[in-house]
Design a protein around this ligand. Structure first.
Ligand code: ADE
Length: 350
């Protein structure tokens, strides 16, 4: 199916150098551009999509029922951490439904005419994917309400006392919204989604299968222990797994290695300072400073950030979440504290 992209969808919000950042880097965003590149690692069909079994089951049933009724699929809200496959799932749904998917993101819908332009051009049953939907402005949101509910566009014509509202019919369509912050969505918007689904971090077995599938597509020979080594380091996130795999491929190619083994993965990713659990140098520096500089804590975020020469907001939004999720770090009312597991990890890495 043709995929039409509008605005800044999929473009990394800001530059970064971390190999383990779940946000897409520009090279990966290019893979999300108008027409899928032939070498894209994305699964195209539901049957090829690994993991997220509950999500697949719910959406699979909805697609089948919708097809039978010859209707547009209910609006879908996908939420969860970055890099888990929200955009991919929207594209898969379009493929399953045999329709086009138009891709955009909320920051690209600044003016009312941006969203109006997209809506009026939708054909029956097409998908409109809006990434970062929690960032929609108020005007765009209010245009969406009648569009989602009644497939109707309410336009205000004229100004002041002569202003009138005109309604235009729209083709029945499906809005697929994606967000990392479901809590930031206004309730009127959230209530208009018939299907609300959370994407979960992937387990090791699923990640191993994703890595193996991607290796096949990249024509890289990789044994199952090697796939598991990549899976262990990717923070539960397929986008990171695929990025790590490309770096492993580089090392394998330069070293003239044939089949990629677990030892080679270890070597390749050590070069990028990604350890056996997926922590990178920034993560370890934080834990080390907390342990050596502050006796394990508690210490305030600002003090920690100053010690690391980082911006506190970046530290909180980018470095800390994975450490917290892994139970290596704790947030207490008196500040950050390293956990026993955090100390053990540093000892093992030393
Ligand atoms: N590549 C990235 N995510 C994937 C998934 N969930 N299934 C298969 N391949 C993937």
């Amino acid at each position: 199916m043709a995929i039409v992209s509008s605005g800044s969808a999929g473009v990394a919000p800001e530059p970064h150098q971390r190999l383990v950042d779940p946000a897409p880097v520009p090279e990966e965003a290019a893979a999300e551009a108008p027409i899928l590149r032939e070498d894209s690692l994305r699964p195209r069909r539901l049957a090829d999509y690994i993991g997220q079994s509950e999500l697949k089951q719910v959406l699979g049933i909805a697609v089948e029922a919708t097809q039978a009724r010859e209707e547009a699929l209910d609006h879908v809200l996908l939420y969860g951490p970055p890099g888990l496959g929200k955009t991919t799932m929207a594209l898969v749904l379009a493929e399953e439904l045999g329709v086009r998917c138009r891709i955009t993101s909320a920051p690209a819908l600044e003016r009312p005419r941006d969203i109006v332009g997209l809506l009026v051009n939708l054909q029956p049953r097409e998908l409109l994917f809006i990434d970062e939907i929690h960032r929609l402005n108020r005007v765009a949101e209010e245009i969406l309400y009648p569009a989602m509910e009644d497939f109707r566009l309410d336009l205000t014509v004229g100004k002041g006392t002569t202003a009138r509202t005109r309604s235009l019919p729209l083709a029945p369509f499906t809005l697929v919204g994606a967000t990392t912050r479901a809590g930031s969505l206004s309730s009127p918007l959230r209530d208009r989604f018939g299907l609300i689904q959370r994407l979960e971090f992937y387990g090791l077995e699923d990640l191993q299968a994703i890595v193996q599938r991607a290796a096949g597509l990249l024509q890289l020979e990789l044994d199952s222990a090697a796939a598991l080594e990549v899976a262990r380091r990717c923070r539960g996130t397929p986008r990171i797994a695929n990025r790590l795999l490309r770096r492993v491929r580089d090392v394998a190619a330069v070293g003239g290695h044939g089949r990629v083994t677990a030892v080679l993965v270890h070597e390749a990713l050590s070069l990028h300072r990604v350890d056996g659990r997926g922590l990178d140098a920034s993560d370890r520096r934080l834990l080390q400073l907390l342990q050596d500089g502050y006796g394990g804590g508690p210490v305030g975020l600002d003090t920690l950030a100053a010690g690391l020469g980082e911006d506190p907001a970046t530290l909180e939004a980018v470095v800390e979440p994975f450490l917290l999720q892994q139970g290596l770090l704790q947030r207490t009312p008196r500040g950050r504290v390293i956990t026993e597991a955090g100390r053990a990890h540093l000892d093992a890495a030393a």
